[in-house]
Design a protein around this ligand. Structure first.
Ligand code: ZN
Length: 480
């Protein structure tokens, strides 16, 4: 039986499945009375916090300093980079008044922070000795999205982490791009997410960038989910913000900059969508708010002994640094608790009743495969740690397999259309002409996402649309 036939709810009615797990597993509530603004609930935000911690740790290991810039940007700074304004102007929230009084200088809520950060970089960078300068911040950004909003996938306020760096030249910025990509890879790999890294076509790059790299990942409904981007901005922003430094010869030179961002909503959505099944979430142990849940099975006159043993088990695991929940709420029956914690995606369930008390054992049930095994109290810690490790590996492998299954090739528009309908991510030959990309989109309702990054792929035929010589192999898929 394949995953897809088993998890029909997730694969055939993804929207409903997703809305249900968001609410029932207390991930997010979209009923906040401002459209496009979502409340992250306890279980969901606990996962997000752990992702932030992993990402911040990796960034700081790679010499990025944590900073926190103001949420407001003055209009004149924002208006400096032309392409940037063009890309974001329609989505900006303006602050125009304080009480009844109109502000002399309009402010905007950051849609991203380049124009907040570079004026300060200009003050801090004097000489080549001040470079490279690398910072990151965890914050919320605001964009008045005009496309349909969807909790976690597309909102008007989103949680993210952005990094910004400045360098002596383009070459050094290029190195930084690779460092940024590596940092993101580490985080996604640890979360068991599979992805492709593509260089976006010019018409789809970040406003003001030389080029944009994006991490695209699969979604059960066939629409790829962009979970992170890395941009080389070259000298574009440095020029308009006059970000210069004195080089070794004493001459003034322009810096080069990069930036990269990871949106928490999209990453969280990918975790739920990749690993979850028809019974609810399956969380990677590394970010699960609780890694183990203990469900005691009280039995008539043995209830006290069972309860005491459950507490022993809880203490043993806590000492070992495992995040454990003892569910001794007697208002629910054991079967109801199993159902509940499966929905929440807790990686391992421990069941124990009188038989386990007598044998000094427990029954372990893993969430990803639902397989059961026994463990003795003496080796419990090792067994649980081993099991968590196994689950982490298994869900990563499943996600990777699913991505491999989704990747296909097409040689004609008909073939492409049919594969897109089958929710595939499809490789096609493309001449590089923007018009052709737009026509492909009109024809098959799939976006040209870009060329694979870090690996040359040679076109094997003519452009799938116009029949001219192809310059690139590009990936086409539906997207959010
Ligand atoms: Zn063409």
């Amino acid at each position: 039986m394949t995953e897809e036939t088993r998890d029909t709810e997730k694969f055939d009615n993804f929207g409903e499945w997703f809305d249900k797990v968001l609410l029932v597993a207390q991930i997010a509530d979209d009923r906040y009375p401002v459209k496009g603004f979502t409340v992250y609930m306890g279980w969901g935000y606990s996962i997000v916090k752990r992702i932030y911690q992993m990402l911040e740790g990796e960034l700081e290991d790679a010499d990025h300093q944590p900073m926190q810039f103001p949420v407001v940007i003055p209009e004149d700074a924002f208006q400096k980079e032309e392409d940037h304004i063009e890309g974001f102007a329609a989505e900006v929230f303006w602050i125009t008044h304080a009480g009844e009084n109109e502000l002399d200088r309009r402010l905007l809520l950051r849609p991203t922070s380049e124009t907040a950060i570079y004026p300060m970089f200009k003050l801090w960078v004097r000489s080549h000795a001040d470079l490279p300068l690398r910072m990151h911040q965890t914050c919320n950004v605001y964009r008045y999205e005009t496309k349909a909003t969807r909790p976690l996938f597309r909102g008007r306020e989103f949680l993210w982490n952005e990094a910004h760096t400045a360098h002596v030249d383009y070459e050094d910025a290029e190195c930084q791009v690779r460092i940024g990509v590596d940092v993101y890879k580490k985080v996604y790999d640890a979360l068991g997410l599979s992805y492709i890294i593509v260089k976006r076509p010019d018409f789809d790059k970040f406003a003001g960038a030389v080029y944009t790299l994006a991490f695209d990942t699969w979604n059960p409904d066939g629409r790829v989910n962009q979970i992170g981007t890395v941009h080389n901005l070259g000298e574009n922003f440095a020029e308009v913000f006059d970000l210069t430094y004195e080089d070794e010869e004493g001459n003034q030179a322009l810096a080069s900059t990069t930036c990269y961002g990871m949106g928490m909503g999209r990453v969280l959505a990918a975790i739920l969508a990749h690993h979850g099944d028809d019974n609810g979430l399956v969380l990677p142990p590394v970010v699960a708010p609780k890694q183990v849940v203990i469900v005691p099975i009280p039995f008539k006159d043995r209830a006290q002994g069972v309860a005491a043993y459950a507490k022993d088990i809880e203490a043993t695991l806590k000492v070992a640094g495992i995040r454990v929940q003892l569910d001794d709420d007697n208002r629910l029956r054991p079967g109801e608790k199993y159902y509940k914690w499966e929905m929440f995606g807790v990686p391992v369930r421990i069941e124990l009743g009188p038989r386990e008390v007598d044998g000094r054992t427990v029954t372990l049930v893993r969430r990803d495969t639902k397989e059961k095994c026994k463990a003795h109290l003496d080796s419990l810690r090792e067994e649980v740690v081993g099991l968590l490790d196994d689950i982490q590996k298994n869900i990563k492998e499943r996600s990777k397999k699913r991505l491999e299954d989704a990747l296909s090739d097409a040689n004609s528009l008909d073939e492409l259309r049919s594969l897109i309908e089958q929710r595939k991510i499809v490789r096609v030959n493309w001449c590089g002409d923007q018009e052709c990309a737009f026509l492909i989109k009109d024809e098959v309702a799939g976006d040209v996402r870009g060329t694979l990054w870090g690996e040359e792929e040679e076109p094997s035929g003519l452009c799938i649309n116009c029949g001219d010589e192809a310059k690139y192999v590009v990936y086409v898929a539906r997207s959010f």
